[in-house]
Design a binder for this molecule. Structure first.
Ligand code: C2E
Ligand code: CA
Ligand code: CA
Length: 757
């Protein structure tokens, strides 16, 4: 038993003994006994109040502190009752009579307690609060109908001349019930199960007071004798529950959780209607009419249900509208370039997918890359570069028809897709070049830009895929660059073999793979809430013997074109699993994960699952130690054969994450069928977190991912504020420079030793 538990136990025993004494003393029958018993009751209420004040000091949460203080105030207000009884019994030597003063005290208790419960509520937003009140009103009206139909109504009718006393008792009993119901609704709908102990003890307080007050009322009615042994004992016991709650309070408050969608939360609030209906039906069946008070109760009940219905309907509509807006925003964002407002690569790919199965008479794809754009950026700065890009975009749209697709592929690369263009696309491309020669005015300076254009023509029967067409256009564009820039080149297969720089790098890459020059850098993936490291993403690194470090985007692209992806993955897989095995052997947790990126081309390779299984077996690791990251676009492009491969990978217990989510063109509904466990939200969304729209977008993404059973990992988190927002929005895990840049394997044990703050 800890010291705190011992204190609670001793306190509970003391108050119980006091309760027993308070109950037994009046049995002596003397006014002295009654008076002392009142004083004991008083002491119990004050003890609970003082302990509550102490509990208030323990929490840093404002709402909780206010709740405790209001509760204390309520108990103090309540204690004026026993004060007055003690005065009657001990000083005035008479017996207490119902008085307006006592009613005021009771109302004060009711209002303060109601406010305390209100403060305990964590409901977000006024609508949620209003709904909670309505739930309480429905429940209270139902209980009123049952209570009045059952016993109170009869007491009231029979009271005749003694109504003042009965009204007094009924006010007590009914206000107790309302408090109890209010708190019960709060506990059921809003307090997470791990945090219910305190509120349940306070409920026990209210329940005990209710029982004491009901028996009190009953006795006033039937025996004309307000006080006796039981009530003071019960009141004392009631405050004992609150005292225990206050002693056991540790000051922690639950995290705000997303609304529960359990059936109980949906239908629960309507349950109280059942007993009310049964009571009324029983009355009518036995031939008596419902009393006026019951009819009033019924009207209140139905009005509350009706308002609640309207409210929920409104909420649902608002939610739907939000979802719609987010989906639309998501689609727009996924298919558009933020800077220029043009379409992006995803849009172009989608359009090609749409057209390629039955190409129109003629399809032309132009790949444009501005010449020496880097110099503009370097000498005039990025903002100037952005102005150039938006101007280029605007000029491009003016020379094209409505049906043509123009997109920004990234950086200073643009593409144009001409659908059934009946002129000469080369002539059009030249017109574009002329257009770029017209000077751009930037910050008072005039600059002209060159542009290299690669052109691919697609005739009916062409079997190239969207990716291959883009690659060919890129190759043609590259030929222009090498040939002196600012020109147009039509693609022909010979060009494939002439990109000599790439050919050299390709040869070097093969050698690097042979010699094991490629190695992995590791970036931690952390729990968004606790900061604990859950795993690492392995990122390929290649330091070229003469050129120095080569950016992964660059050599990965070369590997893909040269059909070397498989070897890169094999190398990374091997390093990553060997390193992970070493960390686990050195004491890292056995559930640590390492994520390995798998290229688009590879995911449909039927041998991949077997290779993954063998790699794991070699290091004596388990499926749960490995996560395979596949880009969203890879999934979509190869969707048919990928489904089987993915099933087989998952059957091995290996995790699957969708990489760069939001940069491709896919709806979550389509992703859903792959049954993937996590979604990596791309950095561009995280960068937008500062804006309300950006926040909404991530909130919607997280909600949608969750509804598909996927966890979310945010990428590229660089700032504490981003992490906090992401955590509050319910994002599960986080990766980014904020925690750590990708580090060499040797630095990982040090990272594992420190929990990220
Ligand atoms: P990715 O899979 O999306 O990897 C995340 C990239 O974001 C990494 O770039 C990482 O260094 C970077 N990053 C992480 N946190 C931050 C941050 O807070 N701010 C910023 N600005 N960047 C951050 P890296 O290492 O340059 O890799 C680039 C891409 O190359 C990867 O993107 C992945 O698509 C590809 N790649 C890298 N290694 C492999 C590999 O072994 N196999 C395959 N197929 N692709 C790989
Ligand atoms: Ca990745
Ligand atoms: Ca990524």
């Amino acid at each position: 038993m800890t010291r705190a538990q011992r204190t609670v136990a001793v306190a509970a025993l003391v108050v119980l003994a006091a309760g027993l004494a308070a109950g037994l003393l009046p049995a002596a029958g003397s006014n002295l006994g009654q008076g002392l018993s009142s004083l004991l009751t008083l002491a119990a209420a004050w003890t609970a109040a003082v302990l509550g004040l102490r509990a208030a000091m323990r929490t840093s949460n404002l709402r909780n502190r206010v709740a405790w203080r209001l509760q204390c105030a309520a108990y103090l207000a309540w204690s004026f009752g026993p004060v007055s009884w003690a005065w009657y019994y001990l000083v005035a030597d008479g017996s207490p009579q119902p008085s307006p003063g006592l009613i005021v005290i009771r109302l004060a208790f009711f209002v303060l307690m109601l406010a305390a419960i209100w403060a305990m509520s964590r409901a977000a937003g006024n609508r949620a609060r209003l709904r909670m009140i309505l739930d309480a009103v429905v429940a209270a009206a139902a209980v009123f109908i049952v209570a009045w139909g059952g016993i109170f109504g009869e007491i009231w009718e029979r009271a005749g001349a003694g109504r003042a006393g009965v009204a007094f008792g009924l006010t007590y009993a009914l206000s107790d019930m309302i408090l109890l119901i209010f708190l019960a609704v709060l506990v059921a709908t809003e307090i997470p199960s791990g945090h219910r102990r305190g509120p349940l003890l306070v409920m026990a307080t209210l329940a005990t007071i209710t029982i004491a007050d009901v028996t009190f009322t009953h006795r006033v009615m039937y025996e004309g004798r307000p006080f006796d042994a039981i009530n003071p004992g019960m009141w004392t016991l009631a405050f004992a529950f609150s005292a225990v709650a206050a002693l056991g309070y540790r000051g922690t408050s639950p995290r705000r959780e997303t609304a529960t969608t359990s059936r109980f939360a949906v239908y629960g609030p309507y349950l109280p209607i059942v007993p009310a209906a049964v009571t009324l039906a029983a009355r009518i069946a036995t031939g008596s009419m419902p009393r006026a008070a019951e009819v009033v109760g019924l009207v209140v009940l139905f009005t509350a249900v009706l308002i609640r219905q309207v409210l929920v309907l409104g909420e649902n509509l608002a939610l739907l509208r939000r979802l719609e807006v987010s989906e639309r925003g998501l689609q727009h964002k996924a298919t558009h370039d933020a800077l220029t407002g043009l379409g992006n690569r995803a849009m172009l790919t989608a359009r090609l997918h749409e057209l390629l199965p039955a190409p129109p008479r003629r399809l032309s794809l132009l790949f444009l890359d501005l010449d020496d754009f880097k110099e503009v950026n370097d000498s005039l700065g990025h903002p100037a570069g952005d102005v150039v890009l938006t101007t280029v975009a605007a000029r491009l749209t003016t020379v094209l028809r409505q049906d043509d697709t123009v997109v920004r592929l990234g950086g200073d690369e643009f593409a144009v897709l001409l659908d059934d263009f009946d002129g000469d696309p080369r002539a059009l491309a030249r017109r574009m070049l002329d257009m770029f020669q017209e000077p751009f005015e930037i910050g008072g300076r005039h600059i002209a830009l060159g542009c290299s254009v690669g052109l691919v023509e697609v005739e009916a029967g062409d079997a190239r895929t969207a990716m291959e067409l883009l690659r060919d256009a890129d190759i043609a564009m590259y030929a222009v660059k090498r040939g002196g820039k600012n020109n147009v080149q039509l693609f022909n297969p010979d060009l494939h073999h002439t990109t000599s720089e790439e050919l050299e790098l390709r040869a070097d890459l093969v050698r690097a793979l042979d010699d094991g020059q490629l190695h992995a850098a590791y970036q931690p993936i952390c729990d968004a809430a606790t900061g604990e490291i859950r795993g690492f993403e392995a990122l390929a690194r290649w330091t070229h013997p003469t050129l120095g470090p080569i950016r992964p985007d660059r050599f990965i692209a070369i590997a893909e074109r040269a059909h070397l992806s498989r070897r890169v993955t094999a190398a990374m897989l091997d390093s990553a699993l060997a390193d992970l095995g070493g960390w686990i052997d050195a004491g890292a947790p056995g559930h640590l994960k390492v994520s390995v990126n798998v290229s688009a081309a590879e995911i449909s390779d039927p041998a991949l699952p077997v290779r993954l299984r063998d790699a794991l077996a070699r290091r004596r690791l388990h499926g749960h130690n490995l996560v395979v990251e596949i880009t969203e676009t890879a999934l979509m492009e190869h969707s048919e054969c990928v489904v089987t491969a993915i099933r087989r990978i998952q059957a091995l217990g290996i995790g699957l994450a969708i990489d760069d989510f939001g940069t491709g063109y896919s709806s979550l509904a389509r992703l859903n069928r792959f049954n993937v466990e996590s979604l990596k939200i791309d950095k561009q969304f995280v960068d937008d977190l500062g804006t309300p729209r950006g926040r909404d977008m991530i909130a919607a993404l997280v909600a949608l991912a969750r509804s598909c059973g996927m966890a979310t990992i945010a990428e590229g988190v660089e700032e504490t504020s981003q992490r906090e927002t992401l955590r509050d929005l319910g994002c599960d895990q986080i990766q980014g420079y904020l925690f750590s840049r990708p580090v060499p394997a040797a630095d990982v044990p040090a990272l594992l030793g420190t929990k990220v703050a």
